[in-house]
Each structure stands twice: as structure tokens, then as C-alpha cells.
Design a protein around this ligand. Structure first.
Ligand code: SF4
Length: 372
């Protein structure tokens, strides 16, 4: 089955490290929701034979929308697409948007998985990242949510300037104690064009130390695995039964359809994206034209490399999937590199897959570049 991604393009304020697409004028919510409805109805015929079992409301900040607005979006999706009754329906959530009763209302609206953008449970770190919530707010909301659903993910960022091992451990402990059964742990990235990136030009001391970064990576993995989480993608850890079914589709080369400005799609062997412009998106849909650009069908060489890269970063290269996608036998074609990686302790074979070890995960991109 396939996945649906909906990009909700609003944030109240830009975090200094973020380069995602959104606008801050939340007064345009109704206009956006009308455009989204138009996009859904334009797409519904084309996808009438497809079945979807994940919906991911991302952004931006989906919790800028009220539970009634979210309920309407989910209803419109269900009315126009074949969405399995057992679907995972995730909403990226900012702790500062929740008041008493919000969790219940969003659950009633149809959300069954919350992905909280917490990043840290230390106030000075949240201030450095210019987040709008405090550690206490995040803990309160997640504890409240975990009393009502177990399907909770928390994002954590490590490798902040002057951060210690204890600081990262503190955030992980709080995430677990609050009730997270899924944790996404990312190393801080300095994306070009962000204000954090610009501040490194005046203060190079802010830049990451690659040795410390790698130490953080191993310590986070070690800690979460010791706590019973499975490391199932470079940055993602889940207790049994709590992997992100939606994100797995990206990593295992399954179909997904993106709606909303700047969203990406992969369907019918083609890739494309929606325009990364709010007015471009709304104007196009006002004229009943899909706001699509960069539509192309990747050639076999591209598919091969992309599947290998995604597989190595997650649950391994599945030989059968590789054969279906490329017509080649992976084990014959890459016999020598696979053996070299296995004997170096960087990979292993099991269940018809070549999978990286923890050591291999930490240099997955170098492995792809060097061996494939
Ligand atoms: S809330 Fe999320 S999407 Fe919005 S600016 Fe911050 S990191 Fe970016």
C-alpha cells in the first residue's frame, strides 16, 4: 500500500536552523485549506485504484491547524482516496500549540500518532535553537499524550555547541520517561541560508567538531539500543511495534503521494515535486491546475544507486527488491564489495538482505560512494 504526505506550510516563527518551506502568516489558513481541498479532488480520480495505509501531516507546523481543521482535512482525504481503516495517521506537533484537551481533540479528529518536535529537554539548548517551547511544556504535553496513546515519537538534536554527553543523555531520558516509543535523533545541521549558518561566519566556534559528532552518534545509538529501541534507520529508533510505517515507505522504495507546497512524490516509477511557493501553489489550484514541477522518470542507474543508498541507511538492501527494480542480481554484481564490507565488520547478510552494522551505519554515505 502507498503513503500520503500533506505539507502544512505554516509556522509561527522560523527556528534558526530550519530551511523547510512555510509562511508565517497564519491568517491564510482558510485559503490554504481551500487550495488543499482542490488539490485532493483533482488527484482523486487518478489515484482511485490505489490504496493508502499511511498519512503523514508534516510541515511547517500542522498543529497551527485546530483539531476541527485537521478533522476536515482527514475527512476530505478519506472521501477522495481509498485509505485503509488501519492506517497510521501521524501529525508533526509543536509542544507550544497544545492546551488541555488538545490531544483528545486531535485523537478524535483521526490522528493516531504524534511526532513531537522537541529537539531538547534543556531550556538553554531550546533557546539556542530559537524554539518556542520550554522543556517543561514539552514534558507536560508528551506525558499527557502518552496517557492516551502509545504511538508517540520525539525528535532530538545532538551535537550542539558546548553540549556534553550528560546533556544529550538528559534529553533522551526525559523523552523516554515522558512516554516516547520512537525517537528520531539528528545531528545539528547548518543549512546554507539559515540564520544559524550565517552566525557561524562570525563565530566559527559554533561549527561542529566531527570527532565529537561521531562520538555523540555512537553514544545515542548505544543508549537507545540499551533501552530496548531498535536502530532501524540512521537517525531513527523504535521500540517493537512503533517504527514509522510512513517513513519506511521512503526508505524501502514504496509509492507515496505528496500534497501541499514543496511536497515530493514518487508514484508510477516517476518523481516530482509541488512548487515551493505559497502563492504559486494557491494560484495554480485556484485555476484547477496541479502545482507540479520537475516530473521525471529516473533511469535504472539512478534507481540502483538511490535504492542502495536508502537501503544501507535503513533496514538493508533487499536482494529481491533490488532485482525487481533493476533486473540485476545484487549478490552476483556486488559480490566482492559485499564480502569486503562483511569481513571489515561494516555489514552482514541476513533474511535476503545486506545490512550495515552500527559501525557501518556511521559511515553509510562513504560506503555508498566508495563501493557502489
Ligand atoms: S517549527 Fe519546525 S518547520 Fe517550523 S521553523 Fe521550526 S523546525 Fe522549521
Amino acid at each position: 500500500m502507498s503513503g500520503l504526505y500533506i505539507h502544512i506550510p505554516f509556522c509561527r516563527k522560523r527556528c534558526n536552523y530550519c530551511d523547510f518551506f512555510f509562511i508565517t502568516n497564519t491568517k491564510r489558513k482558510t485559503e490554504f485549506l481551500n487550495a488543499l481541498s482542490a488539490e485532493i479532488s483533482l488527484l482523486s480520480d487518478q489515484y482511485s485504484l490505489e490504496k493508502f495505509d499511511t498519512v503523514f501531516l508534516g510541515g511547517g507546523t500542522p498543529t497551527v491547524l485546530t483539531s476541527d481543521e485537521i478533522s476536515d482535512v482527514i475527512k476530505t482525504l478519506r472521501d477522495n482516496f481509498n485509505i485503509d481503516h488501519n492506517s497510521e495517521i501521524t501529525m508533526e506537533s509543536n509542544p507550544e500549540d497544545f492546551t488541555d484537551g488538545s490531544i483528545e481533540n486531535y485523537l478524535r479528529a483521526g490522528i493516531n500518532r504524534f511526532s513531537f518536535g522537541v529537539q531538547s529537554f534543556i531550556d538553554s539548548e531550546l533557546k539556542f535553537l530559537t524554539r518556542q517551547h520550554t522543556a517543561e511544556m514539552a514534558e507536560h504535553v508528551i506525558r499527557n499524550a502518552s496517557g492516551l496513546t502509545k504511538n508517540i515519537s520525539v525528535d532530538i538534536i545532538y551535537s550542539l555547541p558546548s553540549q556534553t554527553d550528560e546533556d544529550v543523555n538528559c534529553s533522551i531520558s526525559k523523552a523516554i520517561e515522558s512516554g516516547a516509543n520512537h525517537i528520531s535523533a539528528y545531528s545539528l545541521t547548518y543549512e546554507k541560508g539559515t540564520s544559524l549558518y550565517k552566525s557561524t561566519e562570525n563565530d566559527p566556534g559554533l561549527l561542529k567538531d566531527p570527532v565529537r559528532d561521531s562520538e555523540f552518534y555512537f553514544k545515542v545509538s548505544e543508549r537507545l539500543c540499551a533501552e530496548g529501541f531498535e536502530h532501524y534507520e540512521i537517525s531513527n529508533f523504535a521500540r517493537p511495534g512503533y517504527k514509522s510505517r510512513h517513513n519506511m515507505k521512503y526508505w524501502t522504495y514504496e509509492n507515496y503521494l505528496g500534497l501541499g507546497p514543496s511536497s515530493h512524490s514518487f508514484f508510477f516509477k516517476k518523481r516530482w515535486n509541488n512548487v515551493r511557493s505559497y502563492s504559486g501553489y494557491v494560484n495554480s489550484l485556484t485555476e484547477k491546475i496541479l502545482p507540479v514541477e520537475n516530473l521525471y522518470e529516473p533511469d535504472t542507474d539512478y534507481v540502483k544507486l538511490e535504492y542502495i543508498m536508502l537501503g544501507l541507511r535503513s533496514e538493508g538492501i533487499n536482494f529481491e527488491t533490488y532485482r525487481k527494480l533493476t533486473g540485476e542480481d545484487f549478490e552476483t554484481k556486488y559480490k566482492a564489495p559485499a564480502e569486503e564490507l562483511c569481513s571489515a565488520g561494516l555489514a552482514f547478510k541476513c533474511d535476503g538482505k545486506l545490512k550495515l552494522t552500527e559501525k557501518g551505519y556511521s559511515i553509510a554515505d562513504e560506503i555508498t560512494a566508495r563501493y557502489f
